[in-house]
Design a protein around this ligand. Structure first.
Ligand code: PGA
Length: 250
């Protein structure tokens, strides 16, 4: 019912050469996957990545997304990109609410909800990231924080989103992955919160993110409510990213 998604968040990594090598490494592997594949390169490399995929006829298999967007369509917002511009460059997805943007760019739940609305306005599929910090978990408020983040988006935008990504902050880039059971517990909770908002809870993919690797992907994806992975570090190695994607059913 829900197709698996392997999503690669390159964060601020890459170069023209990296894009060329990466696409070459996907060729011959990505064609046999059952799951959907989405790549989130740094925005400046979107057109080159789109063109490189098209060149090898992989553009129908690999979808592209941006890591951020502005809420407005256009205007005097130096350094920003609108969802409409991202769509024009070939993006179909956009990350919103990634913990690094919440932390380094000060994005609050309200900003994340406004950006989700802007993504939908532009026809992009928002991949809405939620997740608690280590301090939240230690204080016993992990569930309240995650559901609070989710509900502020649902209250403003409804549930017709592209995907949710649960990414516990303490697991991002740390090598500390949530156990499959702990992740599943939060995914199931997220799914019931979606249902309470009459969102299409059964259809909306919920991805796990936080130190997903070739070696732990299979156990995570075996859980009932984990529909895929949002992969940072390990997505920079095309071979390992494909290994992760192969662990996902269609
Ligand atoms: P990581 O990052 O896989 O390097 O932990 C995940 C993410 O931030 O999306």
């Amino acid at each position: 019912m829900r197709r698996g998604i392997a999503a690669g968040n390159w964060k601020m990594h890459g170069s023209r050469q990296f894009v060329a090598d990466y696409v070459r490494a996907l060729d011959g592997q990505v064609q046999s996957l059952e799951c959907a594949v989405v790549l989130f390169p740094p925005v400046g490399y979107l057109p080159l990545l789109a063109e490189s995929l098209r060149h090898l006829d992989l553009d129908r298999i690999v979808e592209l997304g941006a890591q951020n967007l502005h809420t407005e369509v256009q205007g005097a917002f130096t350094g920003e990109m609108s969802g409409e511009m991202l769509a024009d460059l070939g993006a179909r997805w956009v990350l919103v609410g990634h913990s690094e943007r919440r932390e380094y760019a000060g994005e609050t739940n309200d900003v994340v909800a406004a950006k989700t609305a802007a993504a939908l306005r532009a026809g992009l599929k928002p991949m809405v990231c939620v997740g608690e910090s280590e301090a939240d978990r230690d204080a016993g408020r992990a569930e309240a924080v995650v559901i609070g983040q989710l509900e502020s988006v649902l209250a403003r935008c409804g549930g017709e989103l592209g995907a949710i990504a649960y990414e516990p902050v303490w697991a991002i880039g740390t090598g500390r992955t949530a156990t499959p059971a702990l992740a599943e517990e939060m995914h199931a909770l997220i799914r019931s919160a979606l249902a309470n908002h009459s969102a299409p809870a059964a259809e909306l993919p919920i991805l796990y993110g936080g130190s997903v690797k070739g070696g732990n992907a299979g156990a995570l994806f075996a859980e009932r409510d984990i529909d895929g992975g949002l992969v940072g570090g390990a997505s920079l190695k095309a071979e390992e990213f494909m290994e992760i994607a192969r662990a996902l059913p269609g």
